[in-house]
Design a protein around this ligand. Structure first.
Ligand SMILES: [Zn+2]
Length: 90
């Protein structure tokens, strides 16, 4: 009997995915003053940032609120953010 396929180990910290858009292009942008306590991570695709000590609903794709999740399609078809208008002449 083979049991190796049933209990696949979770590599939670080895390869983090973005909680909001599930992209794997996550980089570490800051470390805690006391080393090893937390990191601030950022998604390269949707720019979402989170600290690793935040609650699971902010740090894990599985627990991120459904209504705020993004897909690649959502990002590609997102409404353009309006440009900041030029300053008015005095
Ligand atoms: Zn993302």
């Amino acid at each position: 009997m083979h049991s190796s396929d049933s209990g696949r180990p979770e590599a939670a910290d080895a390869s983090p995915v973005c909680p909001r858009c599930a992209d794997t292009g996550v980089s570490t942008v800051a470390h805690s003053p006391v080393p090893g306590v937390w990191q601030v991570l950022q998604c390269a695709r949707c720019l979402y940032m989170w600290r690793t000590t935040e609650p699971a609903r902010r740090t894990r794709r599985e627990d991120y609120p459904l209504q705020f999740r993004l897909t690649e399609h959502d990002i590609a078809t997102a409404t353009e953010v309006p440009a900041v208008p030029a300053l008015r002449a005095r």
